[in-house]
Each structure stands twice: as structure tokens, then as C-alpha cells.
Write a protein that binds this ligand. Structure first.
Ligand code: PEP
Ligand code: MN
Length: 265
């Protein structure tokens, strides 16, 4: 179902009541903090990314953290904050579900359900997401091949949900100058085999703030359908992923730079 042999034209995911779309001839820009930490934090960031031209707001309500003692997310409270952000700024909301239980809640409150790298082969979660009628943003597993990535999408589609958005977020390699190695060549590789849109996440892909803008430009140049970036107004105080979160001013610069490469609608 994910294959170009089955469907030749690109899949475009549209959102009622907005011009925002993912796939097709415009760039989708997803921006926001790694985690929703408070109403104040989320609103401060949303206001700035909306003004700079993002169409989608991201923020974790349920966080898959390496340590069980690290901040795990605000849960439903965060989902409610993001619903308010949708109403106030007209941004569509993307947030992660980490298991079947949080999937129901995320589907109820958000516009796009994110399935994270660590869950890319959680086949039970993929099948459940496939039974919902909400777009799913599927992040590439940190050691997933192209085939494994597309097969994970297939799990969702095989249950009847065809609105799948792929997202390259870097893979584990021996390189240690970045958190992950952003594998940009997967963008044309996916586009050859599949009609599904693919975004690039240079934040998790590099783990370093100073590498996010160059890799966002590269992602757009290589033909990605959009970028997903972590933005924080006070990254030194962020409860997760501060070192890779760009400042709102940098986000404005990024938008100006990528608009010279491809149109953002
Ligand atoms: C995230 O988007 O905050 C996240 C946890 O991403 P990934 O699953 O790619 O690590
Ligand atoms: Mn993060």
C-alpha cells in the first residue's frame, strides 16, 4: 500500500480549515519544544513559531526517556494546552503516543499522532494506529533500514489508515560528533519507492543546536516534504533536549533560508 507501484501520485495530507498540508509541492514546517513543560512555556514558543510561518506545532505530552527518573511529560494536561494553542494560533498539533493507552488520548486531542523512533516496530501500536482515522507521523527507528521503515508504514496502512507521514530523524552510527547521523539520502530513496510524504528532523538527527540550520537547509534541498525542528525560548532550562533546541530567532532565520530553496505554504 505504501508503494509507488500501487499508487503513482504523491499522497497529500490535508487539514480541514487550513491551507496546511503535508506532501505535494509545498513545505510543511513542524516546530515546537521537545516537551510541553508549562502553559507559559508552550504559549511563548507557539506564538513565535506561528508568527515565523510554521503550520504545525509539536510538543511532547508523553516522553519516551532513556531514564525512568527523567521528566516523563505532563500527559493530558499537555494535550489540553496544545488544544488551546490550536484554537489561539491556528497551528495543527502533532504529539507522540508511546503506547496503546496514550494513543487513544492523543488521537482525541491532536491533529497528527506521532509514533517515535523507539516504537517504529511496535507492531501492536502500529496496528492500533491503523484503525484510527487520524494522520500518523512515523519516525524512523534508530537502526531501521529503508525496507523496515516502509514495512512499519505498511502495518498502519494495512489496517485502513492511509495517512502516514514518514520522518527521518537520524540513525545510530560510529560517528560521535553528532547524537545521530542524519541519513538524508533516504529522502530520494523513499520518494522513489513510495508515494508517502517524508519529513526530516535535523534536531534529533544531530542533537546539536549549531547543526540544525545547515541540516534543515540540506533536507529541503534534497527534496524533503518538510522539516520538524525543536524550538525553545529558554533551551538552557528545557526539561528535555535543550542542547538541540534552537532559539526562536534561529527559527526565523531557518524559515527565511529554506524559503529561498523551496516554497513554504
Ligand atoms: C521527539 O520527537 O521528541 C522524539 C522523542 O523523537 P524520536 O522518537 O525521533 O527520538
Ligand atoms: Mn526531543
Amino acid at each position: 500500500l505504501a508503494s509507488r507501484d500501487v499508487k503513482e501520485e504523491d499522497t497529500i495530507i490535508r487539514f480541514e480549515g487550513t491551507d496546511a498540508q503535508i506532501g505535494g509541492r509545498s513545505l510543511a514546517i513542524v516546530a515546537g519544544p521537545c516537551s510541553i513543560e508549562s502553559r507559559e512555556q508552550a504559549f511563548a514558543i507557539a506564538e513565535q513559531v506561528a508568527k515565523a510561518g510554521a503550520q504545525f506545532f509539536r510538543g511532547g505530552a508523553y516522553k519516551p526517556r532513556t531514564s525512568p527518573y527523567a521528566f516523563q511529560g505532563l500527559g493530558v494536561e499537555a494535550l489540553k494546552i496544545m488544544a488551546e494553542i490550536r484554537d489561539q494560533f491556528g497551528l495543527r498539533i502533532i504529539t507522540e503516543a508511546i503506547d496503546n493507552e496514550t494513543l487513544e488520548l492523543v488521537a482525541e486531542w491532536a491533529d497528527v499522532i506521532q509514533i517515535g523512533a523507539r516504537n517504529m516496530q511496535n507492531f501492536s501500536l502500529l496496528k492500533h494506529a491503523g484503525r484510527l482515522r487520524k494522520p500518523v507521523l512515523l519516525k524512523r527507528g534508530m537502526s531501521a533500514t529503508l525496507d523496515e521503515f516502509l514495512m512499519a508504514a505498511e502495518y498502519i496502512m494495512s489496517e485502513g489508515n492511509y495517512e502516514v507521514i514518514l520522518c527521518e530523524r537520524g540513525v545510530r552510527t560510529f560517528a560521535d560528533h553528532t547524537r545521530n547521523t542524519l541519513d538524508l539520502s533516504i529522502v530520494p530513496a523513499v520518494q522513489r519507492l513510495s508515494h508517502l510524504p517524508i519529513l526530516v528532523d535535523p534536531s534529533h538527527g544531530t542533537g546539536k543546536r549549531n547543526k540544525v540550520l545547515p541540516m534543515a537547509r540540506a533536507a529541503v534541498a534534497v527534496g524533503a516534504d518538510g522539516v520538524l525542528v525543536e524550538v525553545h525560548h529558554q533551551p538552557e532550562k528545557a526539561l528535555s533536549d535543550g542542547p538541540q533546541s534552537i532559539y526562536p530567532e534561529q527559527f526565523v532565520t531557518m524559515m527565511n533560508e529554506i524559503e529561498q530553496i523551496a516554497p513554504v505554504v
